[in-house]
Ligand binder design. Structure first.
Ligand SMILES: Cc1cc2nc3c(=O)[nH]c(=O)nc-3n(C[C@H](O)[C@H](O)[C@H](O)COP(=O)(O)OP(=O)(O)OC[C@H]3O[C@@H](n4cnc5c(N)ncnc54)[C@H](O)[C@@H]3O)c2cc1C
Length: 240
């Protein structure tokens, strides 16, 4: 896998406890939307047994000039360091890697099921689809506890104006803990919710990304709803 040394450009909060970090994009670094990279924090302020290397999906689109990644801040040395790193801090990047990419046939819709931080590979796919005016019908079912925890929610809500082929179905599972109003779907993504918003469950290619438990539950739900295993692709985010 190609290796690069890249600089941190800036970081900002994209939801409660979730941070996006922008990195410089090496010359000649090409990737497909949905791919990931291994980032090693060079000279970390602190370290622990979990080490200073993490795999992250590239959340920015290939048409963008810098690279964006996003992560939930947790009590590990890597994540604590990430929170306070100054701009120009150095990382080793190995990549791109992974085959979690949108299928070619535009007559088959793409249905994305994202659990929390699992939104990152889809941000790249959706961003690029809007940029290249991709003909695929894209449906994003985006599951979070509360709107406060949902990274990029406003950006995604505005995306249909830019790409009429894109459809957002956001759902919240713990609105009783939220300070915000919510008119949208509630609860975990399930077959009934899919049937409410999709023309049909047979035909689309389904993509699932998020914590391993969420991915396993979604695969199980889809196969029980009659979706062919061959039409399901998934990306686990270990550690969550
Ligand atoms: C393909 C893929 C894409 C991912 N995309 C994202 C993303 O966009 N955002 C996000 O927050 N998380 C992503 N993850 C998960 C991420 O790598 C971390 O596991 C997660 O962020 C939890 O890290 P932590 O420090 O909070 O927790 P911890 O549980 O302390 O750390 C996770 C554990 O995973 C190990 N680990 C993670 N990556 C590597 C690696 N490349 N090589 C060796 N060990 C590793 C660490 O050493 C550690 O033991 C992705 C994982 C994969 C496999």
């Amino acid at each position: 896998m190609p290796e690069y040394t890249i600089k941190l450009l800036e970081t900002h909060e994209v939801a409660e406890g979730t941070m996006a970090f922008h990195m410089e994009r090496p010359v000649g670094f090409d990737f497909k939307p949905g791919q990931s990279a291994d980032l090693t924090m060079l000279d970390p302020p602190e370290n622990d047994e979990a080490g200073n290397i993490r795999t992250f999906s590239i959340a920015s689109a290939p048409s963008e000039s810098s690279l964006m990644f996003a992560t939930r801040l947790r009590d590990t040395a890597f994540k604590r360091s990430l929170r306070t790193l100054p701009a120009s801090a150095l990382f080793k990047m190995e990549g791109p890697s992974g085959g979690f990419n949108l299928h070619k046939n535009p007559t088959k819709p793409g249905v994305f099921l994202a659990g929390g931080i699992g939104i990152t590979p889809f941000m790249s796919m959706i961003g690029e689809a809007g940029h290249v005016k991709d003909p695929h019908q894209l449906y994003l079912f985006y599951s979070n506890r509360r709107p406060e925890d949902a990274a990029f929610l406003q950006e995604l809500a505005a995306m249909p104006q830019r790409n009429p082929n894109f459809h957002l179905i956001a759902t919240m599972a713990e609105m009783e803990k939220s300070k915000q109003n919510w008119e949208g779907e509630r609860g975990f993504i399930n077959a009934a919710m899919l049937q409410r918003h999709l023309p049909s469950l047979s035909g689309p290619i389904f993509y699932v990304a998020g914590p391993p438990g969420m991915v396993a539950a979604m695969r199980d739900m889809l196969t029980k709803a009659g979706v062919d295993e061959d039409d399901i692709r998934s990306e686990d985010f270990p550690g969550y």
